[in-house]
Design a protein around this ligand. Structure first.
Ligand SMILES: [Zn+2]
Length: 259
């Protein structure tokens, strides 16, 4: 046994954290260790203490996660990302799929755009969007819709319409739609309200002021026998003139169903 006094370098017994500046015993209870880069059998302590190191890696992960998320969202909102997602859901759809490829599917969107651009074919005043990352479905977002809900998705049975139109259309069939119109037209009250609403839409879309004004005056005149109906027209008229053209109707519902 050596009689020599054991040499202890006091500066090596402790270590100062480069982050918080606290001094701790130089051991693996206070600092993470790795093998030394150049000295065999030697250990190297991290320059941050364990709590600071944990905090640093937590922050690093958090930053990278939000960067990753942002990148992902940007792709989902791009035309390619958005339509790839629509395509994936067409392929998985229980309603069936007769498209041969994504290219054929996307070709239908390109064809539609020649006629309608980004506007919703049902509600042309809606400029369709590709907004992602919201909790709720955006009513103006592009959705895929089968024209005949009894038939599978396919080149002859697809339209790209706003979520709002898609939700309102639901599973309606041409038979039901034509019966419905028959009933509306047969009922004077329903027919007049509908004529009025159509004139409101015309106004919103094309701003045909004079024509609408005459129509409204006419409707009010002809509904004199029903004070209630007359009041409703006047109320609707007031609402209409307070509405900016091209403003979205507000009664948009969010039921993310798949048509
Ligand atoms: Zn520290």
């Amino acid at each position: 046994m050596s009689l020599r006094k054991k040499f202890v370098n006091s500066s090596l017994a402790t270590k100062k954290c480069a982050k918080c500046g606290n001094t701790y015993p130089r051991d693996d209870q206070h600092f993470y260790v790795t093998k030394h880069r150049s000295n065999v059998n030697a250990l190297e302590y991290f320059s941050y203490c364990i709590p600071c190191e944990n905090e640093r890696s937590k922050q690093y992960k958090k930053n990278n996660r939000s960067k990753e998320k942002e990148k992902n969202l940007k792709y989902k909102e791009s035309e390619r990302g958005y339509f790839k997602e629509l395509w994936n859901s067409v392929k998985r759809s229980t309603k069936g799929n007769q498209f041969k490829s994504y290219e054929e599917f996307f070709g239908c969107w390109e064809e539609q755009q020649k006629k309608y651009g980004l506007n919703c074919p049902y509600f042309p005043w809606i400029q369709m969007t590709r907004i992602k990352g919201k909790k709720k479905t955006t009513p103006t977002n592009i959705s895929k819709d089968r024209i005949l809900s009894s038939m599978p998705y396919g080149p002859n049975n697809i339209m790209f319409v706003s979520w709002q139109a898609n939700n309102m259309k639901g599973d309606v069939t041409p038979y039901l739609a034509s019966r419905y119109l028959e009933f509306v037209n047969r009922n004077e009250y329903c027919r007049k309200v509908t004529e009025f609403e159509l004139s409101t839409l015309d106004y919103k879309f094309e701003g045909r002021w004079t024509k609408d004004f005459n129509l409204i005056a006419d409707l009010i005149e002809h509904s004199r026998e029903s004070l209630e109906l007359q009041n409703q027209f006047i109320e609707k008229f007031l609402r209409m003139i307070r509405t900016e053209p091209n403003q979205l109707p507000e009664d948009s519902e969010d039921t993310s169903h798949d048509n």
